[in-house]
Design a protein around this ligand. Structure first.
Ligand code: ATP
Ligand code: MG
Length: 297
């Protein structure tokens, strides 16, 4: 069975639901001393409420640039990002971002609990409600036993859990994650992947998850958006038709998983040679099954 794809347009996700987030013709050109760098050429896609989409693309294809534009941390050169019908012109309250470098995103002088509580304090959420949300988030990430520890007393994987708890406690409508597990070991990474799916299922958050890891994108996502090399367009937009119940062993050893990861791998190879040009998709299913845990770079 071929993958359900929407090459290039990236808009039709097969749903009639109103999008929560729309990326419309976003282009980003950086001005540098030597001239201009067109990092992102033309990206258009929608996320519907509650969707978990993964974004993969070669290194330097503008994934972080795009996330910064979506998060309102940087203006696009052209096009716009719309959240709940309103254009994004600065960091929207309804969004949270988890970056790769957890070490730099937590305050070392604050306890785990205080780190998670901080954005809620800033948002002037009442004390009782703050306590409830922090307790719930720490429990969701399995850190309810260390609320008084400091980040530097925790392992890397635990610190990343704190960063995830902080984002989750804030109850964002949209959670953006930029390669959040790149710096942790394989076992911790697998645990954190399951944690994200668990949190997503329990809380119904909309997630856009950037990763280099092809297997990770297929395992996590309901959908995988593949980017071309810079200047970036959408190479392909695939629905991941794996069952909702996923586990590291059964899902990753299923024939469909192998087919899908092979297809994404193939598209990434095409994407590496494809800089903003038209990139027709071919059918999934006939892809090599010998691809190990591949990286998109
Ligand atoms: N602040 C900046 N000023 C100038 N050019 C930049 C800036 N940030 C990124 N770029 C350029 O834009 C392009 C895309 O970079 P970006 O970091 O968005 O890619 P990426 O897909 O996130 O890469 P990686 O997978 O390595 O994280 C690159 O050519 C990069 O050099
Ligand atoms: Mg990046």
């Amino acid at each position: 069975m071929p993958a359900k794809t929407t090459a290039q347009s990236g808009v039709d996700t097969g749903s009639t639901q109103e999008p929560l987030l729309s990326v419309k013709g976003v282009q980003k050109i950086y001005q540098v001393d030597a001239g201009e760098i067109e990092a992102v050429r033309d990206l258009t896609f929608d996320l519907r409420p509650g969707e978990l989409a993964c974004l993969v693309g070669p290194s330097g294809s503008g994934k972080t640039t795009l996330l910064k534009c979506i998060a309102g941390l940087m203006g696009a050169t052209a096009g716009e990002v719309v959240l709940s019908g309103k254009p994004v012109n600065g960091p929207p309250k309804e969004m949270a971002v988890v970056f790769q470098e957890y070490g730099r995103s937590l305050f070392p002088w604050m306890s785990v609990r205080d780190n998670v509580e901080l954005p809620l304090k800033n948002a002037k959420v009442a004390k009782a409600e703050r306590n409830r949300l922090v307790d719930e988030a720490l429990e969701a990430v399995g850190l309810d036993h260390v609320p008084r520890s400091y980040p530097w007393q925790l392992s890397g994987g635990m610190q990343q859990r704190v960063a995830i708890a902080r984002a989750v406690a804030y109850q964002p409508k949209v959670l953006l994650m930029d390669e959040p597990f790149a710096a942790v070991d394989a076992q911790t990474r697998a645990d954190l992947e399951d944690l994200i799916r668990d949190v997503w299922e329990r809380l119904g958050i909309t997630i856009l998850f950037v990763t280099h890891d092809i297997d990770e994108s297929v395992y996590l996502g309901e959908r995988v958006i593949i980017l071309s090399s810079s200047p970036t367009v959408i190479q392909e937009d695939i629905q991941i038709d794996l069952p909702d119940e996923r586990d590291q062993l059964t899902t990753r050893s299923s024939a469909r998983f192998t087919e899908l990861r092979g297809h994404v791998y193939e598209q990434i190879q095409i994407a590496k040679h494809n800089t903003g040009a038209s990139a027709p998709s071919n059918a999934a299913g006939g892809s090599p099954s010998t691809v190990a845990r591949e990286e998109a770079e």
